[in-house]
Design a protein around this ligand. Sequence first.
Ligand code: SF4
Length: 354
Amino acid sequence: MPPAAADLLAWYDRHRRVLPWRALPGEKADPYRVWASEIMLQQTTIAAVKPYFERFMARFPTVEALAAAPSEAVMTAWAGLGYYSRARNLHACAQAVVAEHGGRFPETEEGLRRLPGIGAYTAGAVAAIAFDRPAAAVDGNVERVMTRLFAIEALMPAAKSLVRERVLSLLPPERPGDFAQALMDLGATICTPRNPACGLCPWRGPCLARAEGTQESFPRKAAKKTGTTRHGGAFVLLRADGAVLLRTRPGKGLLGGMAEVPTSEWRAGYDPDPASGDAPVTAPWRRLPVPVRHVFTHFPLELTIFVARAPASVLPPDGMRFTPVRRLREEPLPSLMLKVLEAGLEALTPEPRG
Ligand code: SF4
């Protein structure tokens, strides 16, 4: 018996997840909220996205409000979510929707894909969920369900096109938006990477991996290469008036447009040295014994932290600024820099006298 969309939809009607960006049953979805949530959910968990999404929507309630906002405000609202190119694309996309489409999102996958930052997955998800179009939205959850259901042996990511074909073959003419969300929910809550709850799955009958007991071996993946660790130095300079030296990273590339404390170059085996041009200013730099570690998609990073104090009269070097510690939350600081600042400022805080 082949898997049927009706079984999945019946399961979804009983178990649908209530999420802040989803429409309630019988209501129309808001394309702006669907699109923004899908961008935020790329490489990020629902639990992490929820509070950001609520704050983001309170700050930019419409696509017009987002388009009109200064880019620093968008980056600050995004700070901490990671993968910052998404925030830049989000802003550019909102501006394109307003300038080229009168503030209305295109309803088709093709139209959506012409917008900045919208790839195959997001176009499919927005077309299906916001406009009830028969589109395939294939994310990691859907890949897992489909490769197990049909025991797809091809390795990821090459198997993506096979997964997509399978989704399209199951797509019902009625309720394609609910079908897309149902598949995502099934992958997220039942067909989990470890210990899938097959006994509760509406497709337990036709599932080939379940019949073979090989569920956890899908999707098949090529061995992952991890990048070489890069090393660098981060310089936390605290002025006597309680302000910290910051600068903005170049607009393009890793953490583009985000704020940071000045850092040296980052490369494998690099040993930063304040005395040989790595530090932004001359100061009595102190090296902290414990570095800050962070893992980017392509490489792990280890930053050695140097801290120093400076008199209130010190001016920032060209292209840098002093920001009061109490206003740091207004800066678009990525989580790496929050870790650096936390460690650096703690080391600069005098011990209370007992
Ligand atoms: S039966 Fe198990 S492995 Fe197969 S789709 Fe359902 S949860 Fe996933």
